[in-house]
Design a binder for this molecule. Sequence first.
Ligand SMILES: O=C(O)CCC(=O)C(=O)O
Ligand SMILES: [Fe+2]
Length: 498
Amino acid sequence: QSREHPARSIYKLREYLELQGNLVLNLEYYVYHLEIKLHKIQEALLDMEKVHALFEEDKRAFVSNPVNSFSLIRHMHSDWMKWQLYLSGDPGQEQLAYMRETSAYLPTKDDIADALLGMERVRSVYGLEPQDMASGLLSDVQYDSSFSPHDCRSLAEYSIGMKDYPTAERWLQVAISLLQDRNEDPVVPLNIIDVTQTLVESYRAQRNPWSAGHILEAALKLSPFDARLLRLKEQVSTDLMYEVPLKPRPKGVPDQDHCCNGLCKGPRNRHLHCCYLTKRGSPFLLLARVRTEILSDDPFIALYYDVLTHSDMVSLRNTSEPLLHPATTIQYLNAPQELSNSRTAHFVWLEPTITEATRRADRVLWDVTGLNVSNSEKFQVNNYGIGGSFMRHSDPLHSERNYLVRERIATAIFYLSDVPQGGATLFTELNVTVFPQAGTVLFWYNLAHSGDHDMRTRHTGCPVIVGSKWMMTRWIYDDGQAFTKPCHTKLKSPMVMA
Ligand SMILES: O=C(O)CCC(=O)C(=O)O
Ligand SMILES: [Fe+2]
């Protein structure tokens, strides 16, 4: 299953928890078998030591007793050969075989790449400090979680790969300070010298031999005769002689302007007003009122509360779970589907008629929007992964309005879960931030009243910091709205029917 990019869906990560649990159990069995062997050897050794003590007392008396000497000869003739066999046999072969079998299911290079990208997105978008992240402090919330020195080094190597040396330095400094407090892991070793070496290389890549020199000095105090450090010292001394100019420090990772840059943490435009929806949708609303928060009048953006029940949300998630697959790009004509670079989630398309819950969601959408939803795309259920996000985009299918083809007039997002931290939907041009709240529906028009694209509705799914973000999107077509929302070229305002 590792080819399925599980790091792109928090739900899918459960598979790893199960595998990790089995591997730990397997290692416990391995230890158990080793202990049995050790125990048996100790028992036999105890007996042999008793005899040994006897003949140490008086060797001649010992061998002159035929019982002793016969027993000794027989034992030495046949038992030691058996001991050789016994000692060379490895206990825990079964457990080793299990480990070999499961290695095909361990995370691959792609999975680490997904996870690194997700962590880096969270760090850079929300401006988190490596030191805080490593100690479980995520955007002002302290968790009982921490990174190991290996984790920090891996994140540093990723930053080095992105030529983001300042971030790499911070991760390496954290790794060094963590290594100072613990003994080296005998199976997966990593020591301060290894990390120092990477740090010095990082400074050298930035043409900063001064910082490299300081770090080296500190490390050489701990290990004055380490050959690697001494070699590096020579190289740094040469760097210093040539006085190469300092490279400008790059600012973070490129591409971040496609994301929210942490805006969802900043001040948000407050709602315009709250009301009970009675007019815009279907006549049903006269009976059952829907609590509404109008987030923007122009373009029209609203949040409808308590639209889905808890059991409907559970049902929608349960229906989707076995069908989830990594989000791909939109497939035009016969072009192959590619893994999406802009959205890191797993998704599935659900027919509106597939379950009672989808039927109810379909019905309620008509109730609250008054739009004809029967001609629209299916429901798309998404579950985001580590640092999962959706880069800034607008929802219309075509970059230019073409009145001969149908277009996504509006979008409705059903939030199927709360997200404890991060994961907001942010309208970047309007600075309107919506934090997912299970059961609510976010609705907006993508087209202005004229029918043209309203580029002010560009939005992004901000990286999830903590939580499993589930949402269900319905893109509603203009096709079929001739009577509900006719185009009006003279009106500039958005399509609001009062
Ligand atoms: O994840 C989000 O909050 C935004 C999702 C979105 O933009 C979409 O489904 O079109
Ligand atoms: Fe969108």
